[in-house]
Design a protein around this ligand. Structure first.
Ligand code: ZN
Ligand code: ZN
Length: 546
């Protein structure tokens, strides 16, 4: 019987690193190749990628990128480095952003890059036929993917909201969604991010209105910090700057890059004479400045964080200035954002953020919008994607209430093998779908041990025991070196004696194997330290033979 296997490699049970494989007889279409930003427990890791080893076993006809957010495109360079990919399909802006990324990685020739448009005729690729539907989101040029497969018709929504008044006028194409519903959709993979939130997500225009209320009344500098990819947000801030006679400085590498790409492709309209270079701001009176910058997540090296720490070469804030943080902290970043707000406030700035002013709206559909899409599409089955488990479950509930039978809703985790056929949808297997870490220059599945060690080092420090064993099996008093571990003298003295005692015992028992000596020292000292201090520093026994 004709079937298609759907394997989500990322984005389920989490927010981030979205990647879904559609496979039919060894040929595959991949929708998105996203990354996740490391959480605090991934110490020292730069990026987290989906584990895409599964792609080694299939022929990847194409990777379709729904939109330019990092959680949908960020893993692409790492995938292209290891996997043969027939082509990468993306809309114009997404392709522009991706090209600049691939260029930085020296991968411009790794695959064919092909621009797609929602108005294109359906695209035949192996056993698949693809169409695209325009969906509104917090970055322009976002599309849903319709996959005609031997197992049935699938609609993969991408991230979306039903913004009826988007800044560029490019609404979610509800007409196409309804038409698809009439044709019959066998399976819907839908964005679950805001499925727990009642009501509707406000239009992006609401933020522009807030900017128009706030900025003209300000007497000092105005800084607006948002995601660099939120092209319309930045455009709306710049529009108000133009209306109020402020010059605009674009600060932060990713902000400059995205604004350049968006301007050159016609997604932003900013006259050259409005822009000032950050280093020329000192020639502009504060009340004629609008600074658009990165750092809305409190990222340590970002422009806003450096400004908050008085460490930015070109921008400072002082009493009378206003900082608008036009973003919501991604879970895990709250403390950093609060720290930035505190420091900016201490420097005298008034800081406006989403909790006290309507300066941010989500890019994801809330309950009523999800209900609307389910009502238009009338899917026979649902697989909620893009979200933590609770969000997937909330999406499933909305679908049940919308008439999708509970038996046709599959809530699965990353690595599930889900089969769609004329008989419906069901999970048939599970593959490994862990994570791949990018750590500095190396990519790989950095072992859990290394991460655990880093966590210990950061929390409890390190204790090095240097034991000297003489040729006649006698030993000197071991030396202890403690770092990052609040060593109290009595505990250290006791630890030294314990190490000496254990060593003496082992040598008396004729244990001379270096590895065993180290293991016993490690365990005995670790236990003592834990009993005395409730800490687990990393313990490194070094046994030296003389
Ligand atoms: Zn996303
Ligand atoms: Zn997105």
């Amino acid at each position: 019987m004709d079937t298609v296997q759907i394997v989500p490699l990322g984005g389920l049970g989490e927010v981030g690193k979205n990647m879904t494989v559609y496979e039919c007889r060894g040929e595959a279409i991949v929708v998105d190749a996203g990354l996740a930003f490391p959480r605090d427990e991934h110490l020292g890791v730069d990026l987290v990628l989906p584990d895409f080893n599964y792609l080694r076993e299939v022929q990847v006809l194409a990777i379709v990128l729904t939109h330019g957010h990092e959680d949908h495109v960020g893993a692409l360079p790492y995938v292209l480095r290891e996997i043969r990919v027939g082509q990468v399909l993306a809309t114009r802006l997404t392709l522009g952003l991706v090209k600049s990324k691939l260029d930085e990685h020296g991968l411009m020739n790794a695959t064919e890059l092909r621009e797609i448009d929602p108005n294109d005729a359906p695209l035949e690729l192996g056993p698949f036929r693809l169409e695209f539907v325009r969906m509104a989101h917090s970055i322009p040029d976002n599309v849903a993917v319709v996959l005609e497969t031997p197992g049935g018709r699938v609609l993969h929504t991408s991230d979306y909201k039903l913004d009826h008044t988007p800044v560029d006028g490019m609404r979610t194409d509800v007409g196409r969604l309804a038409e698809l519903g009439n044709r019959g959709v066998d399976l819907l993979l839908g964005d679950s991010t805001n499925a727990e939130r009642p009501g509707f997500t406000p239009s992006e225009r609401v933020v522009g209105e807030a900017f128009r209320q706030i900025i003209p009344l300000r007497r000092g500098r105005v800084l607006v910090s948002s995601f660099a990819s939120n092209v319309h947000r930045v455009q709306q801030a710049i529009d108000v700057a133009i209306q109020t006679g402020r010059k605009v400085a674009i600060v932060g590498r990713s902000m400059r890059k995205n604004v350049n790409i968006a301007r050159s492709l016609g997604y932003m309209d900013v006259p050259d004479d409005v822009i000032v270079r950050p280093q020329d701001l000192e020639d502009v009176p504060p009340h004629e400045q609008l600074i658009v910058c990165t750092g809305s997540q409190g990222e340590p090296l970002s422009a806003l964080t450096r400004i908050a720490y008085n460490d930015h070469p070109a921008v400072k804030v002082e009493s009378g200035d206003t900082v608008i943080i036009s973003a919501k902290p991604v879970p895990g970043n709250e403390l950093r954002v609060h720290d930035a707000i505190n420091r900016l406030s201490r420097n005298g700035a008034e800081v406006l953020h989403q909790e006290i002013a309507p300066v941010h709206v989500s890019g994801h559909a809330c309950e009523e919008e999800i209900r609307t899409v389910i009502g238009l599409v009338r899917p026979k089955a649902l697989m909620p994607v893009h979200g933590e488990f609770r969000m997937l479950a909330a999406h499933a509930r909305l679908a049940r209430e919308g008439g999708v039978p509970a038996s046709s809703i599959v809530i699965v985790e990353n690595g599930a093998v889900v089969e769609l056929s004329r008989d419906g949808v069901r999970q048939t297997g599970q593959i490994d779908a862990g994570v791949t870490f990018v750590d500095g220059l190396s990519v790989g599945d950095l072992s859990d041990v290394a991460l655990r060690d880093r966590r210990r080092l950061s929390e409890d420090g390190v204790l090095i025991i240097v034991a000297t064993v003489n040729g006649d099996a006698s030993s000197a008093m071991p030396e202890l070196i403690a770092r990052g571990f609040p060593e109290s003298e009595p505990v250290l003295a006791e630890t030294r004696e314990e190490a000496a005692r254990v060593l003496r015992e082992l040598l008396d028992d004729d244990v001379v194997e270096m590895k065993l000596l180290q293991e016993h020292l490690h365990d005995a000292v670790g236990q003592l330290i834990y009993e005395r201090t409730r800490r687990r520093p990393m313990i490194l026994p070094v046994v030296v033979e003389v």
